[in-house]
Write a protein that binds this ligand. Sequence first.
Ligand SMILES: Nc1nc2c(ncn2[C@@H]2O[C@H](COP(=O)(O)OP(=O)(O)OP(=O)(O)O)[C@@H](O)[C@H]2O)c(=O)[nH]1
Ligand SMILES: [Mg+2]
Length: 203
Amino acid sequence: MSRPDPVLPVQTRQVRFIGSFGDNLPDATLPEIAFAGRSNVGKSSALNALVGSRGAARVSKTPGRTQALNLFAIDERVMFVDLPGYGYAKVPEAIQEKWKGFIEHYLGEREALSLVVCLVDGRHDAQPLDQALIAGLAEAGLPLVVVATKMDKVRRSARGRHRRQLAEVLGVPKTMVVPFSSHTNQGVAELWQIIDEAVRAEP
Ligand SMILES: Nc1nc2c(ncn2[C@@H]2O[C@H](COP(=O)(O)OP(=O)(O)OP(=O)(O)O)[C@@H](O)[C@H]2O)c(=O)[nH]1
Ligand SMILES: [Mg+2]
């Protein structure tokens, strides 16, 4: 095994937890960035890496931990929305259906939505549920970026290939896939640039 990647420094951001919601979301006060992806892919961890604080969003070894939409105001400038993960087999189907309803309703209706950050596991091929989400967002014309998580677990020499393959299977340009690790902060700066652009583009 080669030397581990260095941990990159990140700017600490102010985080204000707004609350957990189902279908009773408060009116939007800031442009919103949603984090979507399979259960356990690393959504909450990515959110923590972006704000430079481990404890902002709850991380768990148990998939299916984030059970509602969690809203966090970042620097009172942008709202991060941590969506419940999809596709975890051990979550009863009725609950999965309920989450799916929350997620679809949110993605379909929320006017303040400025960008959907779609997280996929950078170690593996994209899954049918990932493909479905990304195809659906593209079809709806929603701005999206794909974040390939857990890249610290991929050999350095294989990272380029993983990124290319993910882009191919998901049908997006390679530049739309950001290699990311919440352990080393790889991709944090690049993702912030994309978020800032999306917020600026907000009418
Ligand atoms: N090696 C590595 N592990 C990670 C990374 N990001 C997350 N993990 C681990 O993956 C597991 C799940 O992380 P979470 O951030 O809770 O995942 P989530 O997508 O929010 O999960 P749900 O809320 O259940 O949908 C935890 O054990 C994390 O420590 C990463 O970049 N690298
Ligand atoms: Mg989570």
